[in-house]
Structures are given as C-alpha cells and as structure tokens.
Design a protein around this ligand. Sequence first.
Ligand code: SAM
Length: 457
Amino acid sequence: MKGNMQLGQSEKRGIVSFRDATLSETMSRAGAVAQRRAVSTDVSHWLSLYDDAGPTSSNQGAAQLPFQRWFRFKEAFSPKFVADIVASLPHRVHRVVDPFAGSGTTGVTCGFLGIDSLSLEVNPFLADIVAAKLTPVSPSSLHYERLRRQLNVTVADREQPDGMPATFRQPGIRNRWVFAAEIYDTVRALIRGLSQLPAAESRLIRVLIGSVLVESSNVVINGKGRRYRSGWQSRERCAHDLLNDLDGAVDAAVADISRFSVQVGATHEVRCGDARILLREVETADLAIFSPPYPNSFDYTDVYNLELWMLDYLRSGRDNRHLRLSTLRSHVQVAWEGTPRRIESDTLAATIADLEHRRADLWDARLPEMVAWYFEDLHTILTQLRRILPAGRHAVIAIGDSQYAGVLIDVAQILREMLGQIGFSLAKSEVIRSMRSGSQHGGGFDLREHCLVLERI
Ligand SMILES: C[S@@+](CC[C@H](N)C(=O)[O-])C[C@H]1O[C@@H](n2cnc3c(N)ncnc32)[C@H](O)[C@@H]1O
C-alpha cells in the first residue's frame, strides 16, 4: 500500500522513498550504506533473517531475528524500517540518536551498519535490554552454568518488597496469584545470585530471565495491563519449566552473540532516564529515529510491571510512582500536576476544546489535559533535537493517532502545525498503516500510523 504523501524540499534533494523497498533491496542498500566492508556482509546476512510479511512499523517480522528475539517487545518498529530510513537519506550518517529506545531496534540496526548510536530509555528494564544487545559479552564468561548449579532458595527470596502487588506470589489475594510460590522464589533466588557475576554478564542474564517470566505466570499482558489467563488454575507450571525456558533463552542469546557482532567499529551508548531531561546533555547527532509512546493512554510502566518488580528494578511503591512520573505524559495512571502550556496548533486547540466539551463521555475526565501535556512533551523533545541536529539533517518519527469518545487526535496534522515554530520543516509524511481503534477509544474506526520525516531548518 502506498501511503498519503506530502513532499517537501528534501524530496527534490533526494530522500528516496523507503517504505516499499523489498527485503533484498533493503539488504543491498544497507550493505551499501554500512560504514565498513566487514559490517556490510554482516548486516545483509542479519537482515536476510527478517521475515518481511508484516508491516515494517511493527516488530512482527523480527520475532526470530538474532538479538531482537531476546525479548518480544510488541511496540517495536522493525530493523528494516531503520535500515531503509538510513539508506533513503541523501547524506552519510555518523551518529544516530533514539530518545525512546524501547527494545533498541535503532541502536542494534546502527550497530550492524557500523554507525554510532545513542539510545535513551526511561524504563530501566528496557534500557538494560538495549545495553545487553549492544555490549559485547563472551559466551565463555557468562557463568550461567555456575549460576544454575549454585541456585538455592533462601527465606529472603520468598519475601515481597513493599509496594509490590501482593498478588505476585501465591497465595496472592482472594485466590488469585500471578506466580506459583516456587516460581516466584526461584526467580528471586536467580536474581540474588546475579550479584556474583560481572556487570555485563549479570545484565544479560537478568534480561533473559525477564524474557521468560510471562510464560511462567498466570497472566497475559496487553496495552491495558494484566489479565488472568482463562483456565489458569489448571495450567500447571513449575520452577523446572521456568528454568527450561531460561536455558533455551540463554542458548539462543549465546548463538546470536557467537554468530554476529553488533559492535563492529562503532560506539553505542545507552542512557537510562527521561529523554525530556537527558536530551539537554546531548551535543550532536546527525539523525534522530524514534517512535514515542502514542497518545493512547498506554502506560509502559504498567505493561512491563511484572519484569520491573521481579527483576529488582523496582524496590518500593515510590520507585514505581517515580517511573510513571518520568514517562511521557501519554497516560492517566498518575495525576499530573500543573496547567498545560499552550502549543501553537489550531488543530490541537480545537481537539482539546472538543474533548473538554465531551468530558462527561470520556472514560477518564483528565484526558483533555493528557492530550495537551502529550504535545507539550513532544514540543520539548523536538526543541532539543532542533538544537542537536545540524541544518539539513533529519528527525524521523513513527507515531500513531488516537481517539476518545469520537474525537480524533490527528497527531500528524498537529505536529505539522507545530513544526515551523520549532525550526523543522516536513520533508515527507506517509501513512504507514491503519490500526483498529480499541474499545477503550470508542472502537470502530481505523486510526493511522504515520512516518514523518522532519528536516532541521
Ligand atoms: C514505542 S516504544 C519505542 C519502541 C522502539 N522504537 C523499538 O523499536 O523497540 C516507546 C518507548 O518510549 C519509552 N519512554 C516513555 N517515556 C519516556 C521518556 N520520558 N524518556 C525516554 N523514554 C521514554 C517507553 O518506555 C517505550 O519503551
């Protein structure tokens, strides 16, 4: 499908269309833009393992791709998306910044292309996934066998930190629990044992433990949070199953590390924290590629809450709240304080007025303010990127619309209206796919996902 397209000056100067590239075109273009000869073979080989049946703005085709398969991150875009963007630009790229790194697709793909990268991510579990993928670890120094051999559950492993939901460990509350007691205890004992390993090895195994948690739990997770599996009471999972899954995850990671090196001749940095603040410290980059949270009330702290608590990233209710407060204001899970700043966009003003008018019909009365804050946050991010990127360089954004009580949040149009005052022009805008809106949003109509290529004026 060819999307709506609006072309700016850059189209004339040669940003070639990238969305319709076949996988073999992507592989050969990626090989051509790779910074070193040795890297170009690796990147083509790696991308050849990508399954290009699904949309490139989703991670569907990357489920079995080395490194990307370590943790199934549903909100990721694909390595093909990143490789095609880099190859479509009329200039060479030396350093890419991704302020919303998620599972690290931008950093990993840049690694294969031999391009330096800087990944920012507020969620410490996700930041560790990115760092684990980008930090070379020798399989022989992993000491995983030793960790397994020395595994021994103590009384302390049975405890739950203050603030962790009581349902996490059997017997839970009112006959509902997320983990059988022996699974909970085994995970906590493994995490305790990691303190004996060097930092990079410990981080890698920690995120791999994260990758097998949900399967050994009684819940499934989606954008709205946790839900008990149907018939979970009769689903028998024990610590042995968890450890088997973990052995498989470690084997897969070791195979990927042995086969490919992500880090050939380029430097990759990962910083954990709020991009609205961390970007202030970034001096230069010649490309930004990112997909921020959409204004759809999806709270990443909730979605990855199981991993955050079980892997010891959160140790108190305060930590949990602090993380929520540090995320982009795209959800209403915490009460944000203050009054939103007015952003120059007629469409945004009209959208907020419509939402206020329909406040009584909204599933949360704070949604009009959330939408205003969301665009205030994007304004902050783009203002920093304007400072970081040299003139003529690009910020490429994958972002989706939303709707509440029949009011459309037309993200692409609002951003278009904001750009001029920040110092970007819209070089290209494409609809990359349509998403069915959830019942939470009123259901029933298709929401668009866009790829916007902004050029620093
Ligand atoms: C759509 S996901 C990015 C997916 C990523 N492109 C990938 O391929 O894996 C958005 C990410 O933004 C992160 N995030 C939310 N608020 C943030 C903030 N204030 N600073 C940095 N990252 C943030 C979320 O934790 C989430 O991982």
